[in-house]
Design a protein around this ligand. Structure first.
Ligand SMILES: [Zn+2]
Length: 327
């Protein structure tokens, strides 16, 4: 292992690594960027580099310290997340962390605390953290991780050094997936679908999405104007399992975007479902732009409603009935 094997984010990595090598790291950072792109990986890498017993200017990934940090068992490195089954990071967790940070380092090197999904700290927890940010204990570094800084108090934000991370370029995610044994075509599809999130691309892999989407696209093409029965039967099938419903909606949003893009531009290289050209040509020819656009918007909205626990079947029926409505 080592910094050079972390995927993407070269600029941010170089900057942090230089600061680390020169002993000029700030006492608190905020890593902001989409989920699954490697923010926590980089925070852990910095902790490993700090504690690695094999290398002075990098981390090996194999020594006791590196492995301990990776598995969450290192006395000087602490990752704070919501406790299992909880949705928030509480003031008690922040107080415990503060107490630990004031203790002497076991290794004699810097203590490192990583707060993952820092915006899940509730208000009292964030207020408690302020004290530490205002008077940082000697010899420790705090790294907050978040998908956006909006959920943090301005007083917290103003006391941390912000570093923002973008989605990974499609090309890089594709390379990573082919190196893990995916075919070029499958890798390109997954990379486009997950919009530069390695974490999401690796997770979707397991779900056999590729096999499912043929059936999904057949189903959506059966939703022709006036075919209310198909809409209701399909909605029942899609709504049977929550995870699958959400996965379907994620894909369906991209499918409708593909149809819309193709209908308007005929530009093939912008299409995500590259291997389904015949279906895309056919369906986009038969569906009006304004309907495709409204289905695209409704698909995103449906996903949000299901995440808020609105009845799944109702939400999907609503979407599919829009598709078969005679306009
Ligand atoms: Zn090591």
């Amino acid at each position: 292992m080592g910094f050079s094997e972390i995927i993407g984010h070269k600029k941010q990595i170089d900057m942090l690594r230089q600061a680390w090598l020169n002993g000029r790291l700030h006492h608190a950072y905020l890593f902001v960027g989409p989920d699954g792109i490697g923010k926590k990986t980089l925070a852990l890498a910095l902790a490993q580099a700090t504690h690695c017993t094999e290398l002075d200017d990098d981390f090996c990934g194999g020594c006791g310290a590196c492995r301990g940090i990776q598995s969450g068992n290192h006395a000087d490195v602490r990752v704070v997340e919501p406790l299992s089954g909880k949705k928030e990071i509480t003031i008690q967790q922040v107080r415990e962390l503060e107490k630990e940070l004031t203790l002497r380092s076991f290794s004699g090197r810097k203590k490192i605390a990583i707060i993952d999904r820092a915006t899940l700290m509730n208000r009292p927890a964030q207020n408690a953290l302020l004290k530490t940010l205002e008077e940082p204990p000697q010899n420790c570094i705090l790294i907050l991780i978040a998908t956006n800084a909006g959920g943090l108090l301005p007083t917290v934000r103003s006391r941390v050094f912000g570093l923002s991370f973008g989605a990974l370029p499609r090309r890089i995610v594709t390379q990573f997936l082919t190196s893990k044994g995916k075919s070029q075509q499958e890798a390109e599809f997954l990379a486009a679908l997950t919009m530069g999130s390695l974490g999401a691309a690796s997770k979707i892999e397991k779900e056999k999405l590729i096999e499912k989407r043929q059936g999904w696209s057949d189903m959506l093409s059966s939703l022709t104007p006036g075919n209310y029965r198909a809409a209701l039967v399909s909605a029942e099938a899609v709504a049977a399992n929550r995870d699958e419903t959400l996965m379907f909606l994620e894909w369906a949003g991209i499918w409708y975007r593909d149809l819309l893009t193709f209908r308007i531009t005929r530009a093939w290289d912008e299409i995500v479902n590259q291997d389904m050209l015949p279906q895309i040509e056919q369906q986009s020819a038969h569906t009006q732009e304004n309907l495709l656009f409204s289905l695209l918007v409704k698909t995103t909205e449906a996903s949000r409603r299901i995440q808020r626990n609105v009845n799944r079947r109702m939400v999907i029926e609503d979407l599919f009935l829009e598709a078969v409505e005679i306009h």
